[in-house]
Unconditional design. Structure first.
Length: 283
C-alpha cells in the first residue's frame, strides 16, 4: 500500500515537473523569437523605413511605406467584409438558431477556420482576380475577410452566450422586443468580448502571406485606389527574404519586427479589454 502511494506521488510530481518544463519552453521560444527579431531587425528600423518607398533593385536604403499603407488598406477591407458577417451570424446562432441548423453553421465555421490560407488564396483568386484579369487590393481584402468570418463568428457567439439570461428575461418582462433586447441589452453587455473577438481575428490575418500572393501580387510603388496591385508587409517580407541582396534581408527583418510588434500589441489590448469582463448595462 505504501509503495503504491509513493508511486502515485512520484507520478504526480513527475507530471507537475513536466508541465512546468513545457510551460517554460513555450515562454522561452516566444522570447527567443522576439529577441532574434529585435537583434536582426531593430537596427534596421528608421524613419525612412516608415516614410520612404523601396529603393530600386540593387541599391541600398529606402523603406516600406507603401507596404505599410497597403497592409492597412487590406486589413480595413477585410474588417469591413468579415466582421459584419461574423457578428450578425453570431447573433443568429446565440439568440435565434437551435438544433440542426445551429450545428451545421458552427461546423461549417469550424471547417472554414481550419482551411489552409493558401486554399483561401486560390479561391479568392478564382473569384475576384481571374474573372477581371486584375490583381487588386479589393481581392486581397476579400481573401482576408473570408478568414476573419469564422473567428469573429465563433468567438462572438461565445461572448453573447456568456451574458446572463437574467438580463434577457428582465428586458423582455419590461416589454422589449427580441431585437430591442439584443441591441440595447445583450450586445452592450458583451461589447468587450465582441471587441476582443474582432481584435483577435484582426491579428490572425495581419500576417497572412499566401492569400495575398494570389490576390494583390505586390507593388514597388504607391497603390492608388482599390483595383490595382498593392504592396503589403507579409508579401514584402517573403520577397525580400528570398532576394539576393543583403539590404533586402535587413529590411525583411525590420518588417518582420514591425509586423510581430503590431500583432503583439493587438493581443495585449484584446486581453486587457477581456479582463474587465461583461459590462452590465445600467438603467
Amino acid at each position: 500500500m505504501n509503495s503504491r502511494l509513493r508511486w502515485r506521488k512520484f507520478v504526480s510530481g513527475f507530471m507537475l515537473s513536466m508541465t512546468g518544463v513545457c510551460a517554460l519552453i513555450s515562454v522561452s521560444v516566444l522570447f527567443f523569437i522576439l529577441g532574434y527579431l529585435v537583434y536582426h531587425g531593430g537596427t534596421s528600423i528608421s524613419w525612412n523605413f516608415f516614410t520612404k518607398l523601396p529603393a530600386p533593385v540593387g541599391e541600398t536604403g529606402g523603406g516600406m511605406a507603401n507596404a505599410i499603407l497597403g497592409s492597412a488598406k487590406l486589413l480595413l477591407l477585410a474588417s469591413l467584409f468579415g466582421v459584419p458577417i461574423g457578428f450578425f451570424g453570431a447573433i443568429y446562432l446565440a439568440e435565434f438558431s437551435a438544433g440542426t441548423t445551429a450545428f451545421v453553421i458552427r461546423y461549417a465555421a469550424d471547417l472554414l477556420n481550419g482551411v489552409p490560407s493558401v486554399v483561401i488564396g486560390i479561391f479568392a483568386y478564382s473569384l475576384a482576380v481571374h474573372p477581371f484579369k486584375q490583381y487588386s487590393t479589393l481581392a486581397g481584402g476579400f481573401a482576408l475577410g473570408l478568414m476573419m468570418i469564422p473567428i469573429t463568428l465563433r468567438s462572438t457567439e461565445q461572448f453573447l452566450r456568456g451574458v446572463p439570461n437574467a438580463l434577457r428575461e428582465a428586458a423582455m418582462a419590461l416589454g422589449a422586443s427580441k431585437w430591442k433586447t439584443i441591441v440595447t441589452v445583450i450586445v452592450p453587455a458583451a461589447y468587450r468580448g465582441i471587441l476582443t473577438a474582432v481584435l483577435l481575428a484582426f491579428a490572425r490575418v495581419a500576417g497572412e502571406t499566401a492569400p495575398l500572393l494570389f490576390t494583390t501580387l505586390g507593388n514597388q510603388f504607391w497603390s492608388r485606389g482599390w483595383v490595382q496591385p498593392t504592396a503589403s508587409l507579409p508579401v514584402m517580407i517573403y520577397t525580400y527574404a528570398l532576394g539576393p541582396y543583403e539590404d533586402w534581408h535587413r529590411q525583411a527583418w525590420a518588417a518582420g519586427l514591425v509586423l510581430l510588434g503590431l500583432i503583439l500589441v493587438i493581443n495585449i489590448v484584446a486581453r486587457a479589454i477581456l479582463s474587465r469582463g461583461i459590462a452590465v448595462p445600467r438603467s
